[in-house]
Design a protein around this ligand. Structure first.
Ligand SMILES: Cc1ncc(COP(=O)(O)O)c(C=O)c1O
Length: 328
């Protein structure tokens, strides 16, 4: 597997800006002579695990396809090793959105999410496994891309203040349209200081996922996503469960909220206003069903046994309060 040669730290998981917040991955097509990305297609997710459907990727590749963005949804690894092969055979760029998946393994040999793509982004936002409040990390095996990302994070300047302070450069030039995506030193230091406990935090989340699965399995009206084996490879950003349909999911969430249990859900990427306005209406039934039916239960490395008991009992109560007809 490719070895990571360069890590560039930036102030945001920049790939979110080309459309990967929420359920559903995307293709990026570029016109010849056109520098920007033009996302003209989405890709289905697999109905049973909400991650990118590799067969659908193959079906949708066109001569205009330049890149594939694969989200590791909720920290469960997408099939990026298969996608790598597909991209290599066709000369396409693979981008991993690993914002939710730091520490997840994408292959039996322990290859990590984010180390297979030509570029990968991670988020350090406060909900994430490695949280420092804000910021992110971009990884790439390419020296050229690392240089480009470093440049773009700081206004595309040829040197930054620290280079000049150390005497490496006298002045600077601006080479492109860049951004201020710099991660400030205090947050970078916090991220580094938290790294040593990341593995233990992920293991706590994994243990919580195992407990949820054990205690929620077989409840009427509730489906678990992924398998026990998948749990061992994932890094558990969130724990989604699936209800019969959207109204049932919404009633379930309302009831849990009444009981003091906070939940969330992730909308379908291709239904966001900006996406529709720019790329038009798209039908992705699996992605839509996943977005409409799932509900993410509380997940953190620091939930106590007592809090887990409260969530599980509240889930049972919320399910028993659903109208019979709505339950699956
Ligand atoms: C899948 C995914 N991609 C990208 C992002 C963006 O990360 P950030 O807010 O750190 O830029 C998020 C944020 O939650 C995310 O969940």
């Amino acid at each position: 597997m490719r070895k990571l040669q360069k890590v560039a730290i930036v102030g945001a998981a920049v790939l979110g800006s080309i459309g990967s917040f929420g359920v559903g991955p995307a293709f990026a097509h570029g016109e010849p002579g056109h520098d920007g990305f033009d996302i003209t297609q989405g890709i289905e997710c697999r109905s049973h695990d909400m991650n990118i459907d590799v067969d659908d990727v193959v079906r949708r590749i066109t001569p205009k396809t330049k890149a594939i963005v694969a989200v590791h949804f909720c920290g469960y690894p997408a099939k990026v090793v298969e996608l790598r092969k597909i991209c290599d055979e066709r000369g396409l760029v693979l981008i991993e959105d690993a914002a939710q998946a730091v520490g997840a393994s994408v292959a039996a040999d322990g290859t990590r999410a984010g180390s297979v793509g030509d570029l990968a982004c991670f988020s350090l936002f406060s909900k994430n496994q490695l949280c420092v409040g804000e910021g992110g990390v971009v990884t790439t095996p390419s020296e050229e891309l690392a240089t480009k990302v470093r440049s773009l994070r700081s206004h595309a300047m040829t040197s930054v203040t620290w280079d000049r302070h150390r005497g490496y450069a006298e002045t600077y030039d601006i080479m492109d349209v860049g951004f201020n995506y710099r991660l400030d030193e205090p947050r970078a230091a916090l991220a580094l200081s938290r790294l040593p406990r990341l593995a233990a935090d992920i293991e706590s989340r994994r243990e919580l996922a195992r407990t949820y699965r054990r205690r929620l399995a077989g409840l009427d009206g509730l489906e678990l996503v992924w398998s026990d084996e998948d749990v061992e490879h994932a890094s558990h950003f969130a724990f989604p469960v699936v209800l019969a349909d959207e109204p049932t999911r919404d009633r379930f969430r309302e009831r849990l909220s009444d009981l003091g249990v906070q939940t969330t859900w992730y909308p379908a990427v291709h239904r966001f206003t900006d996406y529709v306005e720019n790329f038009g209406e798209l039908s992705l039934p699996n992605v839509e069903a996943a977005a409409q039916r799932h509900c993410a239960l509380p997940m953190s490395a620091h939930l106590s046994q007592e809090e887990i008991d409260i969530v599980v009992q509240s889930v049972e109560e919320a399910l028993s309060d659903l109208p019979d007809a709505a339950a699956a």
